[in-house]
Design a protein. Structure first.
Length: 346
């Protein structure tokens, strides 16, 4: 009987365990920068632990969120500009958590690729760590999956998972009432929604990602990859002064604001209250889009809406501006159903 062995290794099958270990070593300093009160253990174990009492909570309710970056990844992959998509990943999760009234506590990521490219992966996870740092949220774990045959060369996918907490009884929305004021927090651009349509419109325009951007400095690809705004610190600071927060993501203004309205309450939005950012004007021109389609597809320059009692508007505005956000008084709550638009963005 033959005892000959072929000596094949896992690396021969396309999975490099040593590269995965090196990636963990590379990102440990970035993860360490995100440490906050409550973190008990970090990268390297079979799981991560978090102490809610250590974070200052007495009777906490946990809130969880998960999301991805969508087809914005396609532009990042095609251009090689992957540094900002980690921020997008964090923002899509933590911006949702604050809408429930929760403070984001920790974050985990899932990074999957056909072949682990250390420099690319390091840049992506450094972006995730930066997003966590800017949100006061600890990066305490994740999974890097190298799966040969599952992704074309250079491709990858991302998913994010975040957990936050609030004291019992502090959940949002609460007591949304007639006369409440809508404060819009300005966006940095498209954020992470509508990119399947964006890619189609760019193709229709005949431009390439490396061409000069028609509305800003730099290339078209760079402009379209502007990271999603993180609203956490301003939202947490203003939490006692708001009745609701609405993250304007897929579905735009039309679909997301109604999610925080109580029965019998509607909203009036004055579209003349702010200028439509140039990126949206360009996309609208490329596709001949109707305003209604624009409003239910993109954020149109408003990435978060705070519903604020009239007597707390200035306090809330100060909390948001102190956190670096542009604030637009864009409408109010009334009796009715749905969202009514006045004026025009176009």
């Amino acid at each position: 009987m033959s005892t000959q062995k072929n000596g094949i290794t896992y690396a021969d099958a396309g999975v490099d365990i040593d590269a995965g270990n090196e990636l963990v070593d590379r990102i440990k300093p970035a993860a360490k920068r995100t440490t906050r009160p409550g973190v008990m253990s970090g990268l390297g174990g079979f799981g991560a632990m978090f102490d809610l009492k250590g974070a200052g909570y007495k009777d906490p309710i946990l809130v969880a969120a998960t999301d991805g970056v969508g087809t914005k990844l396609r532009i990042a992959i095609d251009t090689g500009n992957v540094d900002g998509v980690g921020i997008d990943l964090v923002a899509m999760c933590v911006n949702d958590l604050v809408c429930q009234g929760a403070e984001p506590l920790f974050f985990l990521d899932y990074f999957a690729t056909g072949k682990l490219e250390l420099d690319q992966a390091t840049r992506i996870i450094e972006g995730i760590a930066k997003g966590c740092e800017l949100s006061g949220c600890a990066l305490i774990g994740g999974e890097t999956a190298e799966m040969p045959g599952m992704y074309p060369a250079g491709d990858f996918d991302l998913a994010g998972f975040s957990v936050g907490a609030m004291e019992r009884g502090a959940e949002l929305p609460k007591d949304v009432a007639e006369g409440d004021v809508l404060l819009g927090l300005t966006s940095s651009g498209l954020h992470s929604n509508g990119y399947s349509l964006v890619r189609k419109l760019v193709e229709h325009s005949g431009l390439a990602w490396g061409d000069d951007c028609p509305w800003a400095e730099g290339t078209l690809g760079e402009a379209l990859l502007a990271p999603t705004t993180l609203y956490v610190k301003g939202a947490v600071a203003a939490m006692d002064d708001v009745n609701a927060l609405a993250h304007i993501t897929g579905g735009g203004l039309t679909e997301n604001l109604p999610r925080v309205l109580t029965d019998g309450m509607g909203a009036d939005i004055n579209l003349d209250a702010w200028d439509l950012p140039a990126v949206f004007k360009w996309l609208t021109a490329q596709g001949g889009m109707e305003e209604a389609e624009l409003l239910k597809t993109f954020n149109c320059g408003i990435g978060m809406i705070a519903v604020v009692p009239a007597d707390k508007v200035e306090t809330a505005r100060t909390a948001f501006t102190d956190a670096g956000h542009g604030v637009v008084e864009m409408g109010h709550i009334n009796k009715g159903e749905g969202v009514c638009y006045k004026g025009s963005l176009l």
